[in-house]
Design a protein around this ligand. Structure first.
Ligand code: URC
Length: 302
């Protein structure tokens, strides 16, 4: 079927393979290491005619995208360093296919932590000790060789039973929320931080793993230690510390759901479960607050 509507043009197009799942094992004598990833590889470039003229000659197939991810995983020493592995994929794509102008890789790293057995790290056994994931997006444009890397940690579920208050908020005839000086604070941390550079070499040299570990540490330490006045204030405190500690990070964003726990009303039973005596809570499935913000420096330091 063909259609020729002069009023319509192809504004933007990107395609590739999603949900490419792989497990890479590195074997070092008796000790083995493993990394499990879910990868998306999308391509952009002179591909318009495949949409507008059914011209498949310009299509590097999505099947080839999957093969590329698997073959580069086999060749790479860096699969565990997902920001570097992502750059290896985008660089390969732009070198291999002259008609493509951009390559976009999203990687999720699933958690496998080495098991401790008889008090020692086991050579080849691992445990999923949490559903939190590590992520990266590598956006690589041929023009100017511009690379944007966004790293992230997501689904990091944390809770504190005190050290959190919320009062002094705006009130009007729609307000029913009661101010509190002590409450449970729980969130599933979604944090993303961005590096921008025109130099692939500079970006190869960033210690992505150390920054990831540092962001996680700052997030958890601040969550635990801050006498929180609100999710907003605690979130900004985390951002300030990350930007102060890691000059390579240009900006950092958080999306923090406020997972509400409400005290169960036991007044009908003449039981005091309110205020200082609140000990039984109902975890609310929904709705949740959602507090987001991006903090940035005025210029990237890379
Ligand atoms: O830390 C909070 N920030 C809010 O914006 C908010 N809104 C709300 O109902 N509870 C809370 N808690």
């Amino acid at each position: 079927m063909s259609s020729n509507n002069a009023n319509v043009y192809l504004k933007k197009a990107r395609y590739g393979k999603d949900l490419v799942r792989l497990m890479r094992v590195y074997k070092e004598g008796d000790v083995q290491h493993c990394t499990e990833l879910t990868v998306r590889l999308l391509l952009e470039g002179d591909i318009e005619t495949s949409y507008t003229k059914a011209d498949n000659s310009v299509v590097v197939t999505t099947d080839t995208c999957k093969n590329t991810v698997n073959i580069l995983a086999k060749r790479s020493k860096n699969v565990d360093n997902i920001e570097v592995f992502g750059q290896e994929i985008t660089e390969h794509v732009l070198k291999q296919y002259a008609h493509l102008s951009g390559a976009f890789v999203d990687i999720i790293k699933h958690k496998w932590t080495r098991l401790i057995v008889d008090g020692k790290p086991h050579n080849h056994s691992f445990v999923r000790d949490g559903e939190d994931i590590q992520t990266t997006s590598v956006h690589h444009y041929r023009a100017g060789n511009e690379i944007r890397i966004t790293s992230g940690l997501d689904k990091l579920l944390v809770l504190k039973t005190t050290g959190s208050a919320f009062h002094g908020f705006y009130t009007d005839e729609y307000t029913t929320l009661v101010p509190v000086w002590d409450r449970i604070f729980s969130t599933a941390v979604d944090c993303k931080w961005t590096f921008v550079s025109k130099s692939a070499a500079t970006l190869r040299n960033v210690d992505f793993k150390a920054i990831h570990a540092g962001v996680k540490q700052i997030t958890c330490d601040t969550f635990a230690k801050d006498d929180s006045a609100s999710v907003q204030a605690t979130l900004y405190l985390m951002q300030q510390q990350i930007l102060a500690k890691f000059p390579a990070v240009a900006e950092v964003s958080y999306a923090l759901p406020n997972k509400h726990y409400v005290g169960v009303d036991m007044s009908k039973f003449n039981i005091d479960n309110a205020g200082k005596n609140m000990e039984v809570y109902h975890p609310q499935a929904d709705p949740s607050g959602l507090i987001t913000a991006t903090a940035a420096r005025k210029e990237s330091k890379l």
